[in-house]
Write a protein that binds this ligand. Sequence first.
Ligand SMILES: [Zn+2]
Length: 295
Amino acid sequence: MKKQNELILFLVFIISITKVSFAKIEQFTNLNHSLKSRYLIKTSHLENIENHVSLASPSLLQQWEIIGGGVEAHYNEYLNLLVIDKDKIINGQVKSYYEFKKEEKEYSFSTFASTLFHELAHADYDIFIEESDSNIRFLLNHMLKRWVARNIKGYSNRIVRHEILGYSAGGVIELLDYEISNVLFKYGYVFSQDKCMSKSFLKKTAKNLNLRRDFVLENHREDIDYAEKITPSTIWVKGKEINIDAYKLPKIYKYGIFNYFKTTYQIPSNRSELIEKINESHFIEKVRKCYADIL
Ligand SMILES: [Zn+2]
């Protein structure tokens, strides 16, 4: 009976999708550009994943939250379909940061980017990781599988592993967003709005930090290791919250998952590495420009 219900829901889902498009990668071009320039990540693997999924916008049923609604994005593994909320798509393209900004919704870009990264990690797991002979496959399909079987009972082992990876992917964007915001804020730059702080704040900052023309950013706080920061403390599986922290996910999994994202997207391992990246990026010129008439 349960299976039958699931089948019916699944059919309703397929029928109810209003718009499935088959042009793929181009629909993500603007978004990828934003991810690359804002989070300083390498997006080539993201493009591989996007090339294997189709983009759809939700039907009325979903918009009314009758099926799988209430989320900005959702991945359907049976159809390799990425369903994205209609208001996050413009002219058939997934919106970039600049579109969010134009609509004065720049604050919500990071949440959207993190949700999308989460969903694309599900696609990555299905399409690439499962088929590869890689460390991450061994980690997820053997080591983590045993750990989940021992610790988290009453849930599908596979879904729990999928969600740990998905939430970790979302965690990568959340962490980068938080860290880049903090580092730039110290130098008078508002990352979320992509603009300089007020003149008076900049003047104070220039004095406090003893800035000279052609300055570079430095780390003013203690360094932190990012490897343990991206794995989730809780995950949601079929509407239920699982407290991962309570089961103490061992370091080896946290580092293994982090390493996968680090090598795939070239994310920094700690704050010092992040600052180095920022100093080599377009951000340094943007920040220096804020001080054009001050220094
Ligand atoms: Zn998920």
